[in-house]
Ligand binder design. Structure first.
Ligand SMILES: [Zn+2]
Ligand SMILES: [Zn+2]
Length: 344
């Protein structure tokens, strides 16, 4: 594969670690981009070269990438909500420019303008943030999506308050991060829900106060009992309509459901809108990438990790080489924690 020289505000990154994330599978099942294409959107690496207009990065700096493509100038960006940018296409090359990546003249798509499953990635500087060299690459990469999405859901999108009760459906990498974030926020009770006993055991190691195995126990009844009527905050990290419904039914009065897991196109949620709907005043909050600003939040979560207040080493349960990536995606649902591709 040929990687073009960086133009304008582009940065060439030597990829050192690249995390596997469920949304790669979701995205590839939807497709919609020209092939050949490179997935992988959790990148940590070292700046190898910069384009002539790059102002924020220098060769040799450690960086983490994010799929929060943004222009930096629109009203959303100006207010800090870069994940709601209205002109994210500015990070891409135009059709008049040569492709960033190609094989024998055929353009190669870097999905989400990232393309982390490769030795090098050529990115716009608006997709990058600097990170302290002390954070190992295999940890830094998961800050790019999984940690941002899990912790952001709790600390940014919904702002869980002290003494709140929290229930978390789905104890993969995002759910386990959310468990820790809920504790950081001072939650009184953090209830982990999953179908796999080993994932629930892991949730306890990350600080969950209670667990519910939903293959054995009705999670709605269990959460209502543990919280005295329903949790203040319920998060759905799974992305299946039946789970979203259970999560919704587990929310207490004036509480909130945060939906992070991405359901299939056309999926629907059926909820009663009788008198109880008004009386209970339950809110539903869809959350993209933790509703974070990655430039602000990745360095913050990295600092919490450096201070020992955020367990990320324990979250990365296996490192693999690039040629093992297909097998690792195939057994992702069964695997505990996060898998990361490392590069020499
Ligand atoms: Zn992701
Ligand atoms: Zn913008």
């Amino acid at each position: 594969m040929t990687v073009d020289a960086p133009l304008g505000r582009e940065v060439l990154v030597d990829v050192k670690a690249s995390g596997l994330c469920q949304s790669d599978l979701t995205a590839s099942s939807l497709g919609g981009w020209p092939l050949p294409a490179i997935l992988g959107h959790e990148i940590s690496g070292v700046v190898a070269a910069v384009g002539p207009d790059v102002t924020d990065f220098k060769v040799g700096q450690h960086v983490v990438a994010s799929l929060q493509s943004h222009c930096g100038n629109c009203a959303a960006c100006a207010s800090g909500d870069i994940n709601m940018c209205t002109q994210p296409e500015v990070v891409s090359r135009t059709s008049e420019q040569p492709p960033r990546l190609s094989i024998d003249g055929t353009p190669v798509t870097a999905v989400a303008n990232l393309g982390g499953f490769a030795e090098q990635a050529l990115l716009h500087e608006n997709n990058l943030v600097r990170i302290e060299q002390e954070v190992p690459h295999e940890i830094a990469c998961i800050l790019g999506c999984g940690v941002l999405a899990g912790a952001g859901a709790v600390l940014r999108a919904t702002q869980v308050q002290e003494r709140a009760t929290v229930a978390i459906f789905g104890c993969g990498g995002l759910g386990l991060t959310a468990v820790q974030a809920a504790l950081l926020a001072g939650s009184e009770r953090v209830i982990a829900v999953d179908v796999a006993e080993d994932k629930l055991e892991m949730a306890v190691r990350f600080g969950a106060t209670d667990t519910v195995n939903s293959t054995q126990t009705d999670p709605v009844a269990a959460i209502r009992e543990l919280t005295g009527g329903g949790a203040d905050h319920v998060f759905d990290f799974v992305g299946r309509p039946e789970v979203t419904k259970l999560a919704y039914d587990s929310v207490g009065r004036a509480g909130e459901l945060g939906v992070v897991g991405i359901n299939k196109p056309g999926a629907t949620l059926e909820i009663g809108i009788g008198p109880d709907f008004i009386w209970n005043q339950v809110r539903i909050r869809p959350i993209f990438n933790g509703s974070t600003n990655f430039r602000r939040d990745i360095p913050y979560f990295a600092e919490l990790y450096a201070q020992g207040r955020f367990k990320l080493d324990e979250l990365v349960s296996r490192t693999i080489s690039l040629d093992e990536v297909n097998d690792a995606y195939a057994d992702m649902a069964r695997h505990l924690g996060r898998t990361v591709v490392t590069f020499p």
